[in-house]
Design a protein around this ligand. Structure first.
Ligand SMILES: *[C@@H]1O[C@H](CO)[C@@H](O)[C@H](O)[C@H]1NC(C)=O
Ligand SMILES: *[C@@H]1O[C@H](CO)[C@@H](O)[C@H](O)[C@H]1NC(C)=O
Ligand SMILES: *[C@@H]1O[C@H](CO)[C@@H](O)[C@H](O)[C@H]1NC(C)=O
Ligand SMILES: *[C@@H]1O[C@H](CO)[C@@H](O)[C@H](O)[C@H]1NC(C)=O
Ligand SMILES: *[C@@H]1O[C@H](CO)[C@@H](O)[C@H](O)[C@H]1NC(C)=O
Length: 660
């Protein structure tokens, strides 16, 4: 007890701003310590708020949506950015019943943006149902309660007298057709013609090993070209070209305030030519060329800028939108005299989001696509991780921000270099800070922002996660400590850090774990906040930690006795004015339970509070094999002006108490 009290005194006296705010607490801590239960950590709460909790505090950062958030079920649906006549170009496609298929560079493509077609050749004499299938993104969920919208374009490259029918269906791995529709086709169709059918499965499939199948009967000797396939299940809010319902609902369950898009690395491109460009992601799917993304696969850009913005509106999130900053990941730094067209493109991108359709062509395009009103937009991020190109960032930042802030004076620009290094002009009022570290680092650095000056510069903790237990090999493999899934140890470390973000939310205006999503069958980075496969979504322990903080945010911060800088137990206290309650968040980052005594300064404190607790063993994770191993459990606990609480080892706790 005395040792712990001494630590509290030392940690509160080291000159941090919060220590100054809390100086009165020293004396009360001392007396509380004497009266509190032996061995308990005593937390004295101050009823006077130090600052408001920013409405943007907790949100999400995002890289790309194909095979995930974007609900399209067919992989490589339009043969975008593939090399014709290669096996790789046929990724996810397979011949059925002796057909010959290849991806060709079409002399009469379906559109300028989609130069490649799938050519089906049916050998002479092959008169059964012959065609091809698509395996989806490592499977396709077939649900009898859904109606699927399937579509594609076809043409006969050479006119023929053929008349017959084409069958479009959903099939199990054992060949059982669960849904199908047939359409009549004729060999006289030599210009691109779209087929659109609804597929209504008769039964749900028992697993996701299903395919989308197109076959033609009695067509021996015929050649038919196909382009721009699509297969959509019902989407979130029934938006055409929209989001996968279970993933969208999981994102929203976390209560995010903002969504950082379109990357992350996925903004940057390996080359200038492959950077993300807003105008390549709008309008008809036929006009979207797709791009080689930064995570090793082709992006369809079906999830384009308008689909993103529509989703944010549907989900009640605010965009934090990045613009390309003149640096490509492969190492190209544009010279200052090359920047102008890219600044113009960024201006167009912003005008697409918020411009006036009467005066701006990109805004008029937005209006023509059904959204005349501007979208909500306050924050523009200039690049991503420009500490990798720090020598050129000063002129890139300067020219981009000087031009765009003149045109959009109400927008706030976020810098992505290291804080204050190099010195930038104009001086950023927002920095995006990224950190991937060990659970212990996060706990030990939960005070990192306490020492920052309060001088108008604010911070977006735009990417953070405890990714390894090995500080000497953070980015190594699992046998070197890298985590495959968030664990209770990593999640409690992050939660400890988040108590520090709340305490410092006078200068930290936003924070997002990264990465957000992974398909378990095609993963580029671990651990991730949310995992999924073709059928299901798996919420990690860190997802629940994020959710516990995000949905129990409160609107003002109440100072309290500071945790020890060198300790393992962390907390923060906020108040929700609307519900007249205080919210105490506690993270215990080690296996030993911690006894705590809280002292509340309010006139009336309810005798019962609600406890939401995430608790499990150090290495315990939620995985596809055990998706619900650790979930928050809600219970009632006795509370009062003074009350004791025992924080179990490796736990994140949220205690909500009505006070007046
Ligand atoms: C996807 O990953 C899961 C979990 O590892 C595995 O069981 C399944 O077989 C994989 N599916 C495919 C199509 O690879
Ligand atoms: C499927 O088509 C119907 C109209 O037939 C439309 O209302 C619905 O939005 C479409 N769904 C998707 C995901 O495109
Ligand atoms: C997008 O606009 C840029 C100019 O800002 C242009 O170079 C590029 O070709 C356009 N891309 C598409 C697909 O329209
Ligand atoms: C706008 O950008 C251009 C091109 O980089 C640059 O020459 C110019 O100085 C910038 N404008 C301002 C006001 O800095
Ligand atoms: C705030 O302080 C930092 C560190 O001294 C400094 O680099 C930065 O420019 C200051 N911000 C403002 C807006 O003055």
């Amino acid at each position: 007890m005395w040792i712990r009290l001494a630590r509290l005194l030392v940690s509160s006296a080291d000159g941090t701003s919060m220590a100054r705010l809390n100086s009165w607490l020293l004396a009360s801590t001392f007396f509380a310590a004497i009266s509190g239960c032996i061995g308990a950590t005593v937390v004295v709460v101050n009823g006077t708020a130090s600052h408001a909790i920013p409405s943007t505090l907790f949100g999400q950062m995002f890289e790309s949506g194909d095979g995930g958030l974007y609900a399209e079920l067919l992989q490589n649906r339009a043969f975008q950015q593939v090399t014709p006549n290669t096996a790789a170009a046929l990724n996810a496609w397979h011949p059925v019943s002796g057909a010959s298929i290849s991806v060709i560079k079409d002399t009469k493509p379906v559109s300028a943006a989609l130069p490649n077609s799938l050519q089906l050749t049916i050998p002479s004499g092959q008169n059964g149902a012959v065609g091809f299938s698509n395996e989806g993104f490592w499977g396709i969920k077939v649900d009898a309660s859904w109606t699927y919208n399937a579509s594609f374009f076809f043409k006969f490259p050479t006119q023929s007298a053929f008349k017959g029918s084409m069958t479009i269906g959903l099939q199990t791995s054992t060949g059982q057709m669960l849904a199908s529709e047939s359409v009549d086709i004729s060999g006289s169709t030599t210009s691109w013609t779209q087929v659109q059918v609804k597929l209504k499965p008769t039964t749900s499939a028992k697993d996701t090993k299903n395919s989308f199948v197109v076959t033609v009967s009695g067509a021996g000797g015929q050649t038919i070209d196909f382009a721009m396939f699509s297969l959509f299940p019902p989407t979130f809010k029934n938006r055409p070209n929209g989001m996968r319902i279970d993933i969208a609902e999981t994102l929203i369950e976390m209560g995010p305030s903002f969504f950082r898009f379109p990357g992350g690395n996925n903004l940057e491109g390996q080359t200038v030519a492959t950077r993300w460009q807003w105008n390549a992601t709008v309008g008809s799917l036929l006009d979207r060329p797709g791009r080689v993304g930064d995570w090793g696969y082709v992006n369809t850009d079906g999830l384009g800028i308008l689909e993103y913005l529509t989703f944010f509106e549907d989900a009640g999130m605010e965009p934090i939108m990045a613009i390309w900053s003149g640096y490509a990941l492969g190492g190209t730094n544009l010279a200052e005299n090359q920047l102008a067209p890219y600044i113009a493109q960024a201006r167009d991108q912003i005008n697409f989001v918020i411009g006036d359709p009467k005066t701006s062509a990109p805004a008029a395009l937005r209006a023509s696509l059904g959204h005349p009103e501007p979208f909500a937009l306050r924050y523009i991020e200039v690049g991503n991780e420009d500490f990798f190109a720090a020598t050129t960032y000063p002129y890139r930042w300067h020219d981009i921000v000087a031009n765009l802030s003149a045109e959009f004076p109400h927008l706030q620009f976020i810098a992505t270099s290291n804080t204050f290094n190099p010195i930038l002009s104009p001086n950023p009022t927002q920095y995006d800070v990224h950190v991937y570290q060990t659970p212990g680092w996060f706990a030990q650095n939960s005070f990192i922002y306490d020492g920052f000056q309060r001088n108008g510069t604010t911070y977006f903790e735009g990417e953070y996660a405890a990714i390894s237990t090995n500080a000497n090999n953070l980015f190594g493999t699992p046998d070197q400590g890298r985590l495959l899934w968030p664990t209770m140890q990593s999640s409690t470390g992050e939660a400890a850090f988040m108590t520090g973000l709340e305490r410092n939310s006078d200068i930290v205006f936003a924070a997002s774990y990264a990465p957000l999503l992974q398909h378990v069958n095609s993963t580029q980075w671990t651990p991730d906040l949310i995992s999924f496969d073709a059928g299901q979504v798996y919420k990690s322990t860190s997802f629940y930690a994020q959710k516990l903080f995000s949905v129990n945010r409160g609107d003002e911060y109440l100072p309290s006795t500071l945790p020890s800088h060198t300790g393992t137990l962390f907390w923060s206290v906020t108040r929700s004015k609307a519900s007249s309650s205080i919210i105490i968040k506690i993270s215990n980052t080690v296996a030993t339970a911690a006894a705590m005594t809280f002292q509340l300064p309010f006139n009336t404190v309810a005798s019962t509070g609600s406890l939401q607790q995430l608790h499990g063993a150090q290495t315990a994770s939620n995985t596809p094999a055990q998706p619900q191993l650790i979930v928050p459990v809600t219970s009632s606990i006795p509370t009062g002006k003074t009350f004791d609480f025992n924080a179990p080892g490796f736990s994140v706790n949220v205690i909500t108490i009505r006070v007046t």
